[in-house]
Design a protein around this ligand. Structure first.
Ligand code: GLN
Ligand code: ZN
Length: 774
């Protein structure tokens, strides 16, 4: 591609043929138009034509934004989820989603959400299971396989989008999830090996590629991100099988891997019969040199040089220093792109005028990343001189970042150096602590508690909004929150819970609340990133050394404790969760950032203890999420994550009881690390797979106390006393009953008081029954 330009300068323009492309683009729109269109449609306030129109407009707008590229992705857009789209394209829907009345859209949302439009259209079904997309915070809908699974091509979605792109004059490159990744990410019901489905699946893919060719596609991007994970021989073989079968179609396949290097799969990936290979050159930087030597000389190498997982400006000079010799070597075989789809970053920095100008000058969102890509391409095609002034302007911000006092705080670095001397383990073993804590707290058997939050009611949110927009002053807001806390404490006393919480009324979000009070974090106004369906999150930006200005939660906890004689739990978000739910620094290792957060939170823990708070909970719901995709890297992550938790939590006296909470149920592979946290009590999600989970704890002989969540707070249904008693009785057969707690499986902030009160009443009843029988 590339325009040919006659250069007078002596700079050789050896790589004028470099090709630029993108893997995927954010879908929501600048003002989250898609979210609002979806939600209006679901509430039956608008019709399908309006929704589809919004989607079409967004696609069109987003293609225009990508128009400077040589190849623009088509088919990456989705109304809900791209894996679900692929399931529809492959004609692969679970039986329960078939045969319903209503149009295609109704069927689509019925599978996505368990229901179509509001309650009016047909009955509800179980929604497809949702789980995290690799190590991102995006969730996809899990394909369901069984021995009867059949596939049948349904090309309507792609045909539609292809047609739109063509009409718009877009240089379109269709994007598909690859067959091997599709199978890998799905779940087989009723046993059996899902690889047996591969031949049937490949027939549909082959047919689809043929059609794409017939429509005029030359390159097709096929995403196989599982190439960055550990694959056993069967799955490696599946790759060979798949791409040998697909090579006979006339399109050129660009096989894309992302979210890491290829590692052990390097040879496999390099030698598959495809026309090109895309590599995440940010996370897989070290792979590039090796790959250059083994990649057959006929193939295109696409290097993902712009970080699609973070929001920092690319150091274009460093990238060019590294890329120029590669471009020289590969010539027109070099393509460049973001490392992965830009789905995982916000759309446009232009919507953030309120950010500190220095910080702003270090950032790059999706649109800015495409501009960086284009600048790189021009520098490669025409020589750096041709972009000298733009490059200079771009790099200026970066140079400031490296020196900025906003980022580098000598006192934090000194504290970090000194922190090596701090204990990360408790002073005494659990049994001794347990004795002292029991003497102090005097809890009954089967102690009851909750996970922290109580309903975030309309009035609470309104008060916060009014405070933020200046309609009420700090004192009025403070009083409103105190009133909520008092109410929450009264309710818990009436219910007869044993360890109380203040209810978290004052918190908008469990990470944002702390980020806003710590130095080193910034918040965007519109930096939305899709989490699932119409849901978006606005991750904080961790840009500088982290420091606590002053105690963050102590006055709330002290006030709450003053209202009751029962123990009041202090409530903090743990360092690993704060890290994993933020965009973090790329100028130091993640673990260094995590340790800084841990130090700040440690001070908070000690202040809480000083203020007479005898039970402190440190939530780590995102601990598992940070687990690296490659097994070989997991132990190192878990080591520093456990150490950071220990640094936060374990400086307290024996008498202080540390709780932690995690809301997921996959513990098998990390249980030994959970045990190393050495929290006195861990409350966990069990509602959906209680026994499996407890088995993991039993097998490992988990040494401390556990509160297996006895009911699912996500469900509006009232829990049954009998069921809770049964669950806990069976837990008591596996684990010593003196170490069991009674609690819901997560915070209650999304529920109504009218649901919470009877549910907790029943939970307390269950505990009372257990005390009589055990
Ligand atoms: N303490 C938090 C709450 O109750 C925990 C939330 C979570 O685990 N995600 O809301
Ligand atoms: Zn939870």
């Amino acid at each position: 591609m590339g325009v040919f330009l006659c250069l007078s300068e002596s700079q050789p323009h050896w790589s004028e043929m470099v090709t630029t492309h993108n893997l995927g683009f954010p879908r929501m729109g600048l003002r989250r138009e898609l979210k609002f269109a979806l939600e209006a449609y679901w509430r039956a306030e608008s019709d399908s034509a309006t929704l589809l129109d919004c989607a079409r407009t967004l696609r069109q707008r987003h293609w225009t934004l990508q128009n400077g590229l040589d190849w623009v992705p088509v088919g990456d857009f989705s109304l809900y989820d791209h894996m679900l789209d692929m399931s529809f394209t492959l004609g692969h829907l679970p039986e329960r989603a078939q045969g319903f009345e209503g149009d295609e859209l109704e069927r689509y949302f019925r599978l996505a959400r368990g229901q179509g439009r509001s309650a009016c259209c047909g009955s509800a079904i179980a929604a497809a299971e949702m789980t995290k997309w690799f190590d991102t915070n995006y969730h996809y809908l899990v394909p369901e396989f069984d021995a009867q699974t059949r596939f049948e091509l349904d090309d309507r979605r792609l045909r539609q989008q292809w047609g739109e792109a063509l009409a718009q004059g877009v240089r379109a490159k269709p994007v598909l999830i690859g067959p091997v990744t599709y199978l890998w990410l799905g779940k087989m019901r009723g046993g059996g090996d899902r690889l047996h489905l591969l031949p049937a699946l490949l027939e549909v893919y082959a047919e689809l590629l043929k059609r794409l060719h017939a429509w005029g596609a030359t390159w097709v991007q096929i995403d196989e991100p599982i190439l960055v994970q550990d694959l056993d021989p069967d799955w490696q073989h599946a790759f060979n099988l798949a791409y040998h079968q697909l090579k006979n179609t006339s399109v050129q396949i660009l096989l894309t891997s992302y979210f890491g290097g290829l590692g052990e799969n390097r040879y496999l990936a390099a030698n598959l019969p495809v026309a090109g290979l895309h590599l995440d050159a940010v996370r897989g930087h070290e792979d590039v040199a090796a790959l250059l030597n083994i990649l057959p000389s006929t193939k295109v190498l696409s290097l993902g040089v712009i970080d699609g997982r973070n929001i920092w400006k690319t150091d274009l000079e460093a990238t060019l220093n590294w890329l120029e010799p590669i471009a020289q070597r590969l010539q027109e075989r070099l393509w460049i792109a973001p490392s992965c789809s830009l789905l995982h970053v916000p759309l446009d920095l232009a919507t953030e005028p309120a950010l500190d100008p220095s910080l702003r000058s270090w950032l790059s969102f999706a649109r800015q990343k495409l501009h960086e890509l284009e600048l790189l391409a021009r520098a490669l095609r025409l020589g750096r001189q041709s972009v000298a002034s733009e490059l200079l302007a771009h790099q200026q911000g970066l140079n400031q970042r490296a020196q900025s006092p906003l980022v580098h705080r000598p006192e934090v670095q000194a504290a970090l150096r000194a922190s090596g001397a701090l204990p990360i383990e408790r002073r005494s073993p659990y049994t001794e602590r347990e004795r002292k804590q029991q003497a102090a707290l005097q809890l009954p058997l089967w102690p009851t508690t909750t996970i922290g939050s109580f309903p975030q009611t309309g009035p609470i949110r309104q008060a916060r909004q009014r405070f933020k927009s200046g309609l009420i002053d700090a004192a009025t807001y403070e009083q409103a929150m105190r009133d909520e806390i008092a109410l929450c404490v009264r309710e818990q006393e009436t219910l007869g819970l044993d360890v109380l919480v203040h209810g978290e009324a004052e918190r908008n979000d469990m990470v944002e609340y702390f980020g806003e009070q710590l130095e080193g974090f910034a918040f965007t106004a519109n930096g939305w990133v899709q989490s699932y369906g119409s849901r978006c999150v606005k991750p904080p930006i961790l840009y500088g050394d982290v420091q606590r200005r002053q105690p963050m939660t102590v006055h709330w906890s002290r006030y709450a404790q003053s209202l009751t004689r029962k123990p009041m739990k202090g409530m903090l978000t743990g360092p690993v969760t704060v890290l994993n739910w933020s965009f973090v620094r790329d100028d130091q290792p993640r673990q260094t950032s995590c340790r800084q957060i841990a130090l700040a939170l440690r001070a908070e823990v000690l202040d809480l203890e000083q203020a007479g708070i005898a039970v402190i909970q440190i939530d780590e719901p995102a601990l598992r999420e940070g687990l690296p995709l490659k097994r070989a890297e997991q132990a190192a992550y878990l080591d520093w994550a456990v150490a950071c938790f220990g640094l936060t939590a374990n400086g307290v006296r024996d008498e202080t009881q540390i709780h932690t909470h995690m809301c997921y149920a996959e513990f098998n592979d990390i249980i030994e690390h959970i045990a190393r946290l050495d929290a006195d009590v861990i409350t966990i999600e069990t509602a959906r797979s209680a026994l499996d989970l407890l088995e993991a704890f039993e097998r490992y002989a988990y040494p401390n106390a556990i509160g297996p969540g006895v009911y699912d707070i996500h469900s509006p249904n009232q829990p049954e006393v009998g069921r809770m008693v049964a669950l806990l009785s069976s837990a008591a057969q596996r684990l010593p009953l003196e170490r069991l707690w009674v609690n819901p499986d997560c915070g209650l902030k999304t529920r109504q008081w009218s649901e919470v009160k009877p549910a907790l009443q029943r939970m307390v009843q269950a505990a009372q029954q257990l005390r009589q029988t055990h």
